[in-house]
Structures are given as C-alpha cells and as structure tokens.
Design a protein around this ligand. Structure first.
Ligand code: PMP
Length: 430
C-alpha cells in the first residue's frame, strides 16, 4: 500500500475528494454511537446476575469469623473478603491483613488517599496542603480520572513517557531522587488505560528500588485490570509489587488498588486497598472517623459467587469471550484499512479495556471532531494527558466494550474514514 506520505499533492487531493464523499455518506446516516467510556456492555453485566441469588432471606449473614455482617463494624472487611481481594492481585490468603475492603469504587479510595495526605500527611509527615508545592509523576498516555484527582487538589502533574514496558524509568529515578516535592506516581501496571500494555519485570523492580527524596512519596499502583485477560494463552504477567518493594527494603512505598467493577457490576462491586501494615495503620486512623464499616453483605455475596481466583478466572473467560471479538474486529479493520498508510499506529493489547490509536501529530482533535459530527462519540482528544493537553495532539482512546457489535462495526468504519481524512488534510496543510 502506498502511504500518504509518499503521495504527490495531486494524489492527495484526489484521495481527499474521495474521502470527503465517503464522509458525507456516513453523515447522512444520522448515527448515534458511543465509543467514549470503558464500561462493560449489558451482555457482560448479565454474566453476574446469578450473584443476586447467592444470598437469600434464608442465608445466614454471618462471616467465617462469626460476625453478623448485617451490623456495624469490621472496618477493614471480613477475612474472606480480604483474602479475595489479595488473590485478585496475586497475593496469597496470608496477606489478608494487608487489605482494606472498601465500597464499590477504587477511584474513591485513590481520591481519599490523596485527600488524607493533603490534610494529615503520610505516616506523620507534614500535611501536603502546608507545603508550597506538591508534584506528581504521570506516565502518559494515562487514565483521565487519575489526572482529574491530582488536578483537583492543585497538585502539579509532570508528564513521564509511558513505553511498551512501562514508564521511562531513567526519568522517574532522576526526578524522584532529586525533588522532595514529588509525592507520588500514578501506575496502571497491567493492561494500562489506555495503552493496554504492561510493565516489564525490570520496570517493576526499578520502581520497587526507588530512592525518593520525599519520605512520604508513594507509588499509587492501580491494578484495575489485574485479571482482565483477553486470551488465556497469552496473558501478560506482572511482578507482585508489595513483595518486590519489601525485598528492596521499601515496604511502605506502594499503595495498591483494585476492584470488581469490571468483574461483576461496575456500579455495585467491591474494591480494595493493599499495602504495608504500617501504611494501613496510618490509613485506619482516619478511616475509622469516616465510617464504621463498608458493605460486608456485598463482600460475602462476591466471595460466595466467585469463590476464589480460579472462579474469577473462569468468570473472566466469559467476559473475554464477549469482548475479544470486539477488540479483534477493530484491530483487524485497522490492519486492513490503515496498515502502511501512514495515518496512525496502534498496539494489539492482550487485555484491558482500551485500544490506543496514535494519529499523526496534530490530527487527534480533528479526528474526534469529525467522528462527533458523523454521530460517533469518542473520548475527548487530550483526555489521556494531564490538563487534557496532549503535546502532540495525537493520542485517541478507543473503548470497544460497551456498544453492541453491529454498532461498533459502524463506529469503526466512521473512525477509519475520519482518521484517513484528518491525515490527508494535515499533509495538504504542510
Ligand atoms: N482505574 C483505572 C485504570 C480504570 O480504567 C478505571 C475504570 N475506567 C478505574 C480505575 C475505576 O475503577 P473503579 O470502578 O473501581 O472506581
């Protein structure tokens, strides 16, 4: 295939005319499609409906330890719930005490951790709100809602390039060791949002061995896609962070987060925080003021339904069977229509919820606007960057899970035409 970059001006003008014609036809269809958010589809949510039947009015609502789970208390979760959360992130049942089981949203835990550090400091450090400056490392492209949290607390965000094996560790090591106003880093170690790539063992070890200038620097290890493999036979494996940090003599460095938002119900799952006992004690000091305990009935419901990590894996295979064809359809169409054309690039992820399309510099906003006009909503261009500023205006996050296949096919065709047209327009501008 001849790439756009190899075409003469005349050839490009001809291509533009043909693409504009296709675009006009698409616009006439009056589509209303949404590829913007990483939500499970209705079909995926149906997979967990049997969970609603595991507890009935006849079920004894008593935990393994004998606690009446209808009542107040047990702030860090019932033991079987703690073991369940530990198992999701690759820890054994003996790590249960490192876990706090929260309510339904891990994002809420992350917000709360930063809010607490702002107001009260971390394990006795100066509250961050009393410091002149607080900074945070943001591997990019990354998750827009992470950046929204740090932005809302006025924390200065520093972009760090995210490569296929993780963040630029030379940059992370240098910055963290030199600047004690840097207090944390956002990490999505497995099937990152939006790149879909995972951290190499070397990256995890270098993170675990960091020597931060700030004693209250923490790695925010958001393991949101810990069991979200698309292929059983080529699942990415990442090193377990708590163990690596302990080995490196940095046991208090990581705070890990996860949830069942994309295992059972996004709006009614359970979430958890996993960290050292010292960090946990510091967190509990404030958490016991905030609440007398989270929803333990939902914890039991999840444990009874999914049972253990093997039960989770079997359940996730059902999710994969639904979403894998959606990922493959998009990626296959990209290969058929865009490979070698010089209109952008992408990575084939082994799991997670997203595909990242890297358009040519200066094209992302144009593609998203064109798709919108044709009735296809994409995540805003710039969203995967702090302050919504993509310095190259290039990255577009594609979320294939929510729309039914037929809609997704239409949306994909719209995307392809918009991506081609935006590239040709850019080249003709030059
Ligand atoms: N972290 C990442 C990386 C995510 O992609 C998402 C969902 N899009 C979340 C956290 C949200 O998780 P929760 O539903 O547990 O708040």
């Amino acid at each position: 295939m001849q790439s756009y970059q190899e075409m003469s001006r005349e050839e490009l003008l001809k291509e533009k005319e043909s693409l504009e014609q296709q675009y006009k036809e698409i616009c006439k269809k009056g589509l209303k499609l949404d590829m913007s958010r990483g939500k499970p589809s209705k079909e995926q949510l149906e997979l967990s409906m049997p969970m609603m039947d595991v507890l009935t009015s006849k079920t004894p609502l008593v935990s393994r330890a004998g606690t009446d789970i209808r009542n107040y208390g047990v702030i860090d979760g019932i033991t079987e719930g703690q073991e369940f959360i530990a198992s999701l992130v690759g820890l054994g049942p003996e790590a249960y005490d490192n876990v706090i089981v929260y309510g339904n949203a891990s994002l809420n835990i992350m917000y709360d951790c930063i809010a607490r550090s702002m107001l009260f400091g971390v394990n006795g450090s100066t509250p961050w709100c009393k410091l002149d400056k607080v900074k945070w490392l943001c591997p990019v492209p990354g998750y827009d809602r992470h950046f929204a949290i740090t932005e809302c607390f006025g924390i200065e965000m520093i972009n760090v390039p995210l490569y296929e094996d993780g963040p630029d560790m030379d940059m992370v090591e240098k910055l963290v060791s030199e600047d004690d106003s840097i207090k944390g880093i956002w990490c999505v170690p497995k099937y990152s949002n939006p790149m879909g790539t995972s951290y190499s063992d070397e990256t995890v070890r270098r993170l675990a061995r960091l020597k931060p200038a700030a004693e209250d620097f923490r790695i925010y290890w958001d393991n949101a896609y810990c069991v979200h493999d698309l292929y059983e036979d080529k699942a990415d494996q990442i090193l377990e962070i708590l163990g690596e940090c302990e080995k490196a003599g940095n046991p208090n460095l990581p705070i890990e987060f996860c949830s069942t938002s994309k295992i059972t119900f996004s709006g009614a799952g359970v979430s958890g925080l996993i960290t050292s006992l010292e960090n946990k004690a510091d967190i509990l000091k404030r958490l016991t003021i905030q609440t007398i305990g989270f929803d333990k009935i939902n914890q039991l419901r999840h444990v009874k339904f999914l049972k253990d990590i093997d039960g989770v894996k079997a359940h996730m295979a059902k999710h994969a069977a639904i979403i894998r064809p959606k990922f493959e359809m998009i990626l296959d169409r990209f290969e058929e229509e865009l490979k070698g054309l010089g209109a952008g690039s992408w990575i084939r992820p082994n799991g997670g919820y997203f595909i990242t399309f890297k358009a040519n510099e200066g094209c992302a906003k144009n593609i998203v606007a064109k798709a919108k006009e044709a009735g296809v909503v994409l995540t805003g261009a710039g969203a995967p960057y702090p302050y919504k500023k993509d310095p190259k205006d290039s990255v577009i996050r594609i979320a294939p899970t929510l729309p039914p296949m037929e809609e997704l096919k239409e949306a994909c065709e719209v995307f392809i035409v918009c991506a081609k047209l935006a590239s040709v327009e850019k080249l003709l501008e030059a």
